[in-house]
Design a protein around this ligand. Structure first.
Ligand code: GDP
Ligand code: ZN
Length: 299
């Protein structure tokens, strides 16, 4: 006779939302299930693949491909979501982003091995004649992807919809840039999906402090994150931050010092390239600001 415990069949599911000791997951047949988790397990994140037992307890969190996150006020990395292919960084003319928002997001994505795309929403509005808008062409020249969309007066989101394959796309940006409008335009049954979520969690309306995983109509997933006012990085070693500036690599190989911070060192080939125009100076200046920010964060 088998031990009844060994007959337990776990079912694979993907985490939709997660809080401190509970969450909601979506089974492969589309059904949603609320679950609790024991402390011995690492806290699951939206986007995690998990296994739930028959009675709805979390048994396994599968190994993650990557995580996206942000720095908390003390400079520690706080994961937000897992298993991402693409990160859509939404900005808009209104509210105009701080100049470094884009550079921080780009660095975070590249460091965490997630492909970033800058999405300029509200393309019906004139773009301010100031950074980061004046830097967008330069980013495209460097190989970064930038798309422009709008939700008003009539939606034009084709350039964005075309990017979303069968993978998982994170949607991130400041409050007010039109994230909810974009989610509604991309996912016609969005209200139905959040209605289901509210039913499963027993909450009346869908307001959440967690990132939320939504199913896209053509397959694939969208991971919507709560709007933020500012996006901050975490304290990290300099070589980690450097992974956020891959266009420096061909020059950095020629710096006199191997551990050059590309700041004030003699023989810095990155600074020389920025001065000669071989390397986009706005990215070099962003590097210097983020480097400085690291010093402030680590205090
Ligand atoms: P969220 O806070 O990022 O979720 O942003 P919302 O989707 O709530 O949108 C914030 C405001 O921007 C609302 O007043 C929207 O009507 C407006 N908005 C969204 N998309 C566009 C757009 O493409 N053009 C213009 N002009 N306004 C937009
Ligand atoms: Zn250097």
């Amino acid at each position: 006779m088998n031990n009844p415990a060994s007959n337990q069949i776990n079912r694979r599911a993907r985490v939709v939302e997660a809080y401190s000791n509970r969450g909601v997951a979506r089974h492969e047949d589309g059904q949603l299930a609320a679950f609790h988790f024991p402390r011995r397990l690492e806290r699951p994140l939206p986007g995690d693949w998990i296994e739930l037992s028959d009675n709805g307890s979390l048994e396994v969190v599968e190994e993650r491909r990557n995580t996206f996150g942000r720095g908390d006020p003390r400079g520690r990395f706080r994961p937000v979501a897992a298993n991402l292919d693409l990160a859509l960084i939404i900005i808009a003319a209104q509210p105009s982003p701080s100049p470094d928002l884009i550079h921080r997001y780009l660095a975070a994505c590249l460091i965490r091995e997630i492909e970033p795309v800058v999405v300029v929403n509200k393309s019906d509005l004139d773009e301010p004649d100031q950074p980061p808008f004046t830097e967008l062409d330069g980013l495209v020249e460097l190989g970064y992807r930038v798309v422009r969309v709008r939700c008003k007066p009539e939606p034009d989101i084709d350039a964005l919809a075309a990017l979303l394959g069968q993978g998982t796309s994170l949607l991130a940006g400041q409050s007010g840039v039109g994230k909810s409008s974009l989610v509604n335009a991309l996912i016609p049954d969005y209200d139905q999906q959040t209605g289901e979520l509210s039913r499963v969690t027993g909450k009346g309306t869908h307001t959440t402090t967690s990132a939320t995983l939504c199913a896209l109509p053509a397959g694939g997933w969208l991971l919507d994150t709560p709007g933020v006012w500012e996006y901050g990085l975490w304290v990290m070693p300099r070589n980690e931050l450097a992974r956020g500036f891959p266009e420096f690599v061909p020059f950095a190989d020629h710096c006199r010092f191997r551990d050059c911070s590309h700041n004030h060192e003699p023989g810095c080939a990155v600074r020389a390239a920025a001065e000669s125009g071989e390397l986009a100076d706005f990215r070099y200046q962003a590097w210097l600001r983020l480097l400085n920010e690291q010093v402030r964060l680590s205090r």
